[in-house]
Design a protein around this ligand. Sequence first.
Ligand SMILES: O=P(O)(O)O[C@@H]1C[C@H](O)[C@@H](CO)O1
Length: 317
Amino acid sequence: MAPVNADIVNGSKVTSPVKKTLPEVEDNGKRYSYEMLVETANFLLSKTDVRPVIGVICGSGMGSLAENISQPECIAYEDIPNFPISTVEGHHGKLVFGYISDVPVVAMQGRFHYYEGYPLWKCCLPVRVMKLLGVKALIATNAAGGLNPNYKIGDLMIVRDHINMMGFAGNNPLHGPNDERFGPRFPPMNKAYNYEFRKVAKEVAKELNIDNMVREGVYTCLGGPNFETVAELNMLKMLGVDAVGMSTVHEVITARHCDMSVFALSLITNECVTSYDHDAEANHEEVLDVGRMRQDILRDYVSKLVNRFVKYLPQNP
Ligand SMILES: O=P(O)(O)O[C@@H]1C[C@H](O)[C@@H](CO)O1
């Protein structure tokens, strides 16, 4: 895999040495160019002295993960050049720079979803900005419905793999001209979720005595915003999906494209209804409630993970 130009990913002032004209894209030049993302990264670097090596994306109702950050410096999305804004309840809409267990991090308190009206490449723009800031590993968290019948509400699922349902229909964050400064045209995805991180996450779950609620499985993202029909869920179950959500997959693809190591964690917030006899209906309030219920455990877990993952990050050349 061609490395991204080292000059632009060391977390120091970013420059854009390579001038390259990409073909017009079908969204008529509205797609952010490399130079615009460099501008965004430079803006952020000028606002903070923190040089993050791990990025965290907080899932729905999981924003309190960022409360773990010491010496926090918050920047609202609306103040960041070229950034979208958060429109969903449970997504605060700010970047938090600081330290978790002495490791410099940046957390997104609020992510962008396709159903908000953002194209996938725009949903994933912050991941590329993180790369330009010098971030080497991404921890993406999400709220998800538990499809595996053994999962209980409040369980945590380490994502072993995903099924890119939206990608099956050709909707992919990497769709359109490829910018080699981020990564190759045809990135592999068979090692999307870092093996060492998953192994460490299972060890840490034991150490924290939460291994009875930590699972490992396959996540899929649908476009939303509606929750799934019974028939859709039964189809996904047959395909081997354990948890269903509306995010993360495209962020992970974008992160792997630019060679970031990835760990993803789903909080099972509701049981997927796979029978017509079942009375329950999924709803966003329940999703947020379960996030609140699990916030202390999640904070401790992610804090320990950051502390352990840092040992596996590639060193600067
Ligand atoms: O941002 P995530 O994936 O955690 O949010 C999930 C999917 C929908 O946005 C929302 C549904 O309640 O939660």
